[in-house]
Design a protein around this ligand. Structure first.
Ligand code: SAJ
Length: 431
């Protein structure tokens, strides 16, 4: 791994430290999505001059008017920091990153359709930074990457370099950017000190310093792969429970009485931009290091097989002419995000079986639903109701969808009691 000589100029560190301390340091946040925008607003609210950068001009003008799809950001909060001039917004382009003291990278790191890391957004930021004098700047990478990536992609940084992987839980209004503990690792002690000091100035949560960039990168990989693996474990047990006529939710409740058991829920699958994605980064690194990560690989495949498993439940109940509705398209409850959503995978599988169906998601506009080439449903009784996302509104909407003869295929074990003719869940059956 190429190590670049980093700024050991103590004066530079002292100067930057005092600018951070006195809040004269100008903070640049690159990427204003569910990670960058709350962070930019929070740093502004804490008194720092902040410049937020986006590539897309249309998104920039929407943000200027206080409009964002980040559902935890209130329009009034965004407009307030914009009007106070504490937060300004700019288009991300060459020459735009000059007058900044701290630059925080919050760009997406998805996977390609071949499940390989897609670092294109980070690479384009690294390219922009390579023409900037970063010798007196602190660069922090919050984007999720495999260990070793930050040091390599940002090798042209001549100042201070740290990694502090984001831990935002989209849609969660209680665990927020300010309250989630923050892991911080630097390429050297000064970088780690500066980054930790900055976060301590804006967060209420604990700031956990670790010894290197790689430890910070690996911690994020472990925490999200841990979640994917444990969801896969309970999915696997749920499929077995179905053959035994055992209610997996009762088993999980019983197992939860053990102090060392951390409960996860079986379901139609694992979506979002983190849990089904991040483990592919560590898998890729494992292959490069000739270390096969079999548990991780199997877990991902197990989770990805769940939409097919739910489809089998539909096929066993479906008769030609039945009215079928899929409730929920987003990847998890009460968010309007469909990235990697298993509900979309399920709908594609259903289409392949030539079973006519409609969909309804209270979080998505009609146009958004039609955009997936799906047929909009309405809240009227159906023969088969497939619950793909257990939005809070499901309980109310179900009253209009379910009649005595309705078969419920409950992909999120949302129903605690029998409703309709039968509830076929994931690892349970309520009849
Ligand atoms: N899911 C299950 N069973 C579970 C938990 C989740 O099937 O027991 C499914 C969900 O339905 C969803 C997917 O997995 O489709 C992901 O669920 P999630 O609750 O992990 O939601 P995310 O992707 O918003 O997770 C984020 C992550 N945050 C970051 O990566 C920065 C994750 O690390 C957090 O654990 C999670 O928030 C959280 O709960 O805080």
């Amino acid at each position: 791994m190429k190590r670049v000589w980093y700024n050991r100029d103590t004066m530079a560190a002292q100067n930057l430290l005092s600018r951070i301390q006195t809040k004269h340091a100008t903070i640049g946040v690159i990427g204003l999505g569910y990670v960058g925008l709350p962070l930019a607003i929070l740093a502004s609210q804490k008194g720092y001059p902040v410049v937020g950068f986006v590539r897309d001009s249309a998104k920039l003008s929407r943000l200027m008017q206080g409009n964002t799809s980040v559902d935890t950001v209130l329009k009034k909060d965004l407009l307030k920091v914009l009007r106070s001039k504490k937060l300004s917004l700019k288009k991300l382009e060459s020459g735009a990153l000059g007058n900044l003291d701290v630059i925080i990278i919050c760009v997406p790191t998805p996977i390609t359709d071949k499940k390989k890391p897609d670092l294109s957004a980070m690479e384009s930021v690294a390219h922009l930074l390579s023409s900037v004098d970063t010798s007196r700047k602190l660069i922090i990478n919050e984007s999720t990457v495999a260990p070793g990536t930050t040091a390599v992609l940002l090798a042209d940084v001549t100042g201070f370099l740290a990694c502090s992987p984001e831990r935002v839980d989209p849609g969660n209004r209680t665990s927020t950017t300010a309250t989630i503990p923050k892991v911080v690792g630097g390429i050297n002690e000064q970088s780690s000190m500066l980054a930790s000091f900055f976060y301590k100035n804006i967060l209420d949560a604990a700031v956990v310093s670790v010894s290197s960039l790689e430890v910070a990168e690996m911690a994020k990989m472990l925490e999200n792969t841990y979640r994917a693996v444990n969801i896969a474990l309970v999915n696997e047990f749920a499929v077995l429970a179905e053959t035994l006529g055992i209610d997996i939710t009762e088993v999980i409740r019983a197992a939860s009485t053990k102090w060392s058991f951390h409960a996860h829920a079986p379901g139609i699958g694992v979506g979002g931009h983190c849990i089904p994605v991040d483990p592919y980064y560590i898998l890729d690194l494992g292959r490069a290091q000739n270390v096969p990560l079999r548990v991780t690989e199997t877990a991902l495949a197990t989770n990805e097989a769940m939409p097919e498993h739910l489809l089998q439940h539909v096929l066993q109940s479906y008769k030609k002419g039945m009215k079928v509705l899929v409730y929920g398209l987003t990847y998890k409850r009460d968010v309007a995000d469909t990235r990697e959503s298993p509900a979309l995978t399920f709908c594609e599988l259903l289409k392949q079986k030539d079973i006519p169906f409609t969909v309804f998601d209270p979080m998505l506009s009609d146009a958004r639903v039609r955009g997936y080439d799906l047929v909009l449903g309405n809240l009227a009784p159906v023969d088969i109701l497939v619950v793909a996302t257990d939005h809070s509104r499901l309980a109310t909407d179900a009253k209009k969808l379910i009649r005595d003869t309705t078969i419920v295929i409950d992909g999120r074990n949302a129903f605690a009691h029998k409703t309709g003719k039968v509830v076929i869940g994931v690892g349970r059956k309520l009849s």
